[in-house]
Design a protein around this ligand. Structure first.
Ligand code: C2E
Ligand code: MG
Ligand code: MG
Length: 561
């Protein structure tokens, strides 16, 4: 059993050494000196050496390089090795009788020399051992491998060493762990960068302590995310606790952790960390802070892959269907049809009808939402035109605009194009933009929204009240209508029947003097209450579910009878 405590830089059997040497006698001498402790690979020509390096660099611990080869100069091999990322980190000891070559080899990155004729075997063995140790010892590694702030590896070196760990310790059970500080940007904004840096340094130090105790290694990436690869741990709650405590004994910070535990070595390293990250992201909005990649997440991942794989065909074969849900104006007497919202569904050939809650966030993450949304906008615009022609009336429809769409600089032009192609007039197509979209890259987004609004697309703020935007901010935003977040209606009419929050948010909306839409309204009681509180427009199952286009048309026609 390998000692799991000091795995990276510790005693270990049979590392592999590649000897590049054409003289059989020399080769055999070295083999005799070394084969008890190391596995020896040999190459007798430059060509063979390069091939072996290309194929096996990952599993080698050292190269012994003769400078005189029949087909190539040793020094050229060295030069090539240092140029390729695959072999740049592999230590090379040059064997030569030529002292003048030493300086050049050193400059090129050789670590040591063994002169010919060879010194006594103990000396050769000691040098080789020391070189290997040095190159594996995490403390002697050049600064380029390290993140300056925390002293941990940077991403590429981390993966490199983690890969070597896998090669050397194939039977040690390992964990891929991802650690992240929740809302780190807020910490930076609130307390300043220096403080943010201090927080990162503290976590970094604790992470480092962990891998020193346990073995394995770690890195920092993307600001506030840490990757840890180490022998299997087991109690992750305690581990998270350890980091939280190191950071702040009062527990002000919230850390999130995802684990791909006891991992399957068959899977590529980066994929294992993807899984740990997936697990971590699954705890984003809930009370708990640690998640382990499991069967459920695996199914979710498999589903996501199937959805991503099916996207192209779905667009091509028109599997995406636009449904319409009516909105009613309740300001005067009888409720009157005011407009509709376009909501997308996916009629999947194997999975049946899939709701947008499943695939919209996925497509947002994977850069596909723009294409889907454009498809929905086009379908919607065509319907608005069609209804004008066939039903003889204009029914404005709001379409959802993802926050991701807003960073597309061509969005305003695209929208104008769609409206023009379908002969839409100003105000016939509304845009729903979720409140949280404004809080991200606000300046750029506000500019884009202003353009759209100037071009005649009324703006509805979706999910109003769910985000963190301040009242101050909202008054300066380009908005025509507020759509209350459905959660307010849910809580108000839930088991505890507490309408105070709902009243509060409606009061807030009223003070902005903008029309208010309530959605998710399911009962007459809810409708009446919201109307009494001052809501202008109501959307929800009480009037109708989102309907396929034919049914929506029938619904509209019935209203007129
Ligand atoms: P949203 O824009 O806030 O849409 C309202 C959601 O509430 C819809 O869910 C709608 O079907 C549902 N709903 C309406 N009335 C009721 C009700 O009385 N009770 C209940 N329980 N639910 C009601 P849906 O269609 O599943 O859409 C979910 C979300 O997916 C939408 O939330 C929107 O954010 C997004 N989405 C839908 N279509 C699109 C699209 O074409 N593009 C983009 N980017 N996002 C879309
Ligand atoms: Mg919406
Ligand atoms: Mg909404």
């Amino acid at each position: 059993m390998v000692d799991e405590r000091r795995v990276m830089g510790a005693e270990r059997e049979k590392r592999r050494i590649l000897i590049i040497e054409d003289e059989l006698l020399n080769l055999e001498m070295l083999r005799m000196m070394l084969s008890e402790k190391y596995r020896i690979e040999a190459a007798q020509t430059g060509k063979e050496a390069l091939r072996k390096l290309a194929e096996e660099a990952d599993s080698l611990s050292l190269v012994l390089l003769d400078l005189n080869l029949p087909d190539m100069k040793g020094i050229d091999i060295l030069r090539r090795m240092k140029r390729s990322t695959l072999t740049a980190l592999l230590p090379v000891i040059v064997m030569t009788a030529d002292q003048e070559a030493e300086v050049e080899c050193l400059t090129l990155g050789a670590i040591d020399f063994i002169s010919k004729p060879y010194p006594p075997p103990e000396v050769v063995r000691a040098r080789i051992w020391r070189t290997i140790q040095l190159s594996e010892d995490q403390d002697v590694i050049s600064w380029t491998e390290r993140d300056q702030l925390t002293g941990l590896y940077n991403r590429s070196y981390f993966y490199h060493y983690a890969g070597r760990f896998d090669t050397f310790y194939a039977d040690v059970r390992t964990d891929a762990i991802v650690l992240n500080i929740s809302h780190f940007h807020l910490i930076n904004e609130r307390y300043g960068r220096a403080y943010g840096d201090e927080v990162l340094r503290k976590i970094g130090a604790e992470v480092r302590k962990l891998v020193e105790e346990k073995g394995g290694n770690a890195c920092r990436l993307e600001g506030d995310t840490f990757l840890i690869y180490c022998p299997h741990i087991g109690d992750y709650k305690e581990l998270l606790n350890r980091f939280t405590t190191a950071l702040d004994p009062d527990g002000y910070f919230r850390l999130r952790m995802g684990v791909y535990a006891n991992t399957d070595r068959g899977l590529e390293l980066e994929r294992r960390f993807d899984r740990a990250k997936l697990a971590m992201n699954s705890v984003r909005n809930y009370g708990k802070s640690v998640a382990i990649y499991d069967e459920a997440l695996h199914e979710r991942e498999t589903l996501n892959e199937a959805l991503l794989d099916g996207f192209r065909a779905a667009i091509r074969e028109k599997q995406f269907r636009v449904y319409f849900q009516p909105k009613f104006d309740v300001r005067q007497g009888e409720p009157a049809l005011n407009s509709a919202e376009a909501l997308v569904r996916w009629k999947h050939p194997e999975m049946g009808m899939v709701n947008p809650g499943i695939f919209v966030p996925l497509f947002e993450e994977n850069g596909l939402i723009g294409e889907l949304d454009e498809y929905v906008w086009r379908e919607t615009a065509a319907k608005i035109r069609d209804w004008k022609r066939r039903l003889g009336r204009s029914i404005p429809v709001s379409v959802n605009v993802s926050r991701v769409d807003l960073s597309d600089p061509e969005l305003p032009e695209k929208m104008r194009g769609i409206a023009a192609e379908n002969g839409l007039e100003r105000g016939e197509m509304h845009l729903e933009i979720t409140e949280s979209a404004y809080t991200e890259n606000s300046d750029q987004i506000i500019r884009a929204v202003n353009r759209l609004r100037d071009d005649g697309f009324p703006i509805e703020m979706d999910d109003f009240g769910s985000g963190y935007s301040s009242l101050n901010m909202i008054t300066s935003l380009p908005i025509d209508t507020l759509k209350l977040d459905m959660q307010f209606v849910r809580t108000a009419f839930g088991e505890r029947k507490d309408t105070r929050l709902l009243e509060g948010v409606i009061g807030l909306a009223k003070s902005l003097e903008l029309p208010i839409i309530a959605e998710g309204v399911e009962t007459a009681e809810q409708m009446q209450t919201l109307k009494a509180m001052g809501c202008d427009i109501i959307q929800g199952y009480y009037f109708s579910r989102p309907l396929p286009v034919e049914e929506f048309e029938a619904f509209v026609l019935r209203l007129r009878d």
